[in-house]
Ligand binder design. Structure first.
Ligand code: FE2
Length: 393
């Protein structure tokens, strides 16, 4: 497989480029980020990849997916032999099964590189026109907007995407499209805080929560997007007052990721916190081990009304040599059937409706606030400034 893989990743090198060993030179700069990330996430599938990585070097991180099946349809036959490169900030084994499904349907093979979102953005920037990637998948509206601002995506109009992706979850110029939804929810330890006392994000500013509220720091793009969302919904002055009052409620050091924050609320170190829905669902599913499952089961999840919705999404890159096939993949992932698999892989919500995830169903229904992901992304820098000047550390 490796020989084929190397050929696949090396195909973009033009005669003008100096000849280099395709895979190893392409992926070497990723080594530190990939190792770090695997350690941080400690997910079994990541560990597997990390081991491969450590043993056989950079080539192992690129995964060629899906054997091409026997072609029967005309379009499919035409697609035989086509390949696209996908850079993805997602990292779930079930994604790979979905990509294989796409290959089986269309005959288009996928070469996959998974890494941290920000590293991938920088990667595509530095590779420029020679990038072997056709599609970039990123978590969070702010990152998608950033990649669009950097000129990495090409506008890709698509009737299927206009139909399947709600207006507020896609870029108005068609440079990126939302694929799954996640909510920033409130989690409460009922021994410390009465869950009935919190209905909205604004309630986290109540003085009764002094010393009970714990927050992740302002470097988190998830928090930045929530603040941008509130600025759009409630205006700058009200959001600044809200951030100030929440910061006054925080007595403990700010957290650097969501999962330890969930554990801290579960074990009573904190009374209430803000986290992404899928992290709680993942812990409740037992994927993170029995101890995490027990901790998460002590929590009450409150979806504020209206709820702040964020997305993972994707766009066709300017560097794409096969933009039509790249767009086909995005259309598949946004379609009700493909999208369901993409959402369920990470306990996320599909683009429309609440999906069938039994754990998410236990969280109850929600009403989305309807804020545009594009506007939220555009407000990111202003949100960071507002957080900085109002005490969100
Ligand atoms: Fe995340």
């Amino acid at each position: 497989m490796l020989g084929g893989l190397q050929r696949a990743w090396g195909r973009r090198q033009s005669a003008a480029q100096p000849q280099r060993s395709p895979v190893s030179s392409l992926f070497k700069p990723f080594l530190p980020q990939l190792r770090l990330r695997r350690l941080r996430h400690r997910q079994p599938e990541r560990l597997g990849l990390a081991l491969l990585f450590g043993l056989s070097g950079a080539a192992a991180t690129a995964v060629a997916l899906g054997a091409v099946g026997a072609g029967d349809g005309g379009a499919r036959a035409e697609a035989q032999g086509q390949e696209i490169g996908v850079y993805s900030g997602r990292h779930y084994n079930t994604d790979k099964a979905l990509y294989q499904q796409f290959t089986a349907r269309t005959g288009i093979r996928i070469r996959l590189l998974e890494a941290k979102d920000d590293a991938l953005i920088q990667r595509v920037r530095s590779e420029g026109r020679n990038s072997p990637a056709d599609v970039l998948v990123l978590a969070d509206a702010a990152r998608l907007d950033q990649a669009a601002d950097l000129g990495l995506f090409r506008p890709s109009p698509s009737a299927a995407l206009l139909r399947d992706v709600p207006l507020n979850l896609r870029d108005s110029k068609g440079r990126w499209y939302g694929l799954t939804r996640r909510l920033r929810v409130v989690i409460v330890n009922p021994k410390q805080v009465n869950p009935a006392s919190i209905r909205t994000y604004a309630d986290l500013a109540r003085p009764a929560l002094r010393g009970k509220l714990c927050l992740r720091d302002r470097k988190s793009v998830y928090n930045q997007s929530l603040v941008a969302d509130q600025m759009i919904l409630r205006g700058e002055a009200a959001t600044a007052a809200w951030v100030r009052a929440m910061a006054a409620n925080v007595r403990q050091a700010y957290f650097t990721s969501d999962t330890p924050l969930i554990r801290a609320v579960g074990n009573g170190q904190c009374g209430v916190a803000l986290v992404n829905s899928y992290y709680v669902a993942r812990m409740l599913s037992g994927d993170g081990g029995a101890a995490d499952k027990t901790l998460a089961s002590r929590l009450k999840v409150i979806i504020p009304t209206p709820a702040h919705v964020n997305i993972t999404g994707a766009g066709v890159l300017k560097s794409a040599t096969n933009p039509a096939a790249a767009l086909k993949l995005i259309e598949f992932l946004a379609s009700p059937s493909g999208g369901r698999g993409y959402a369920e892989a990470n306990h996320e919500y599909p683009l429309q409706g609440s999906g069938n995830d039994p754990i998410l169903r236990r969280f109850g229904n929600f009403r989305a606030d309807g804020v545009s992901a594009e506007q939220m992304g555009a407000k990111n820098k202003a949100a960071v400034r507002l957080m900085e000047s109002n005490g969100w550390q």
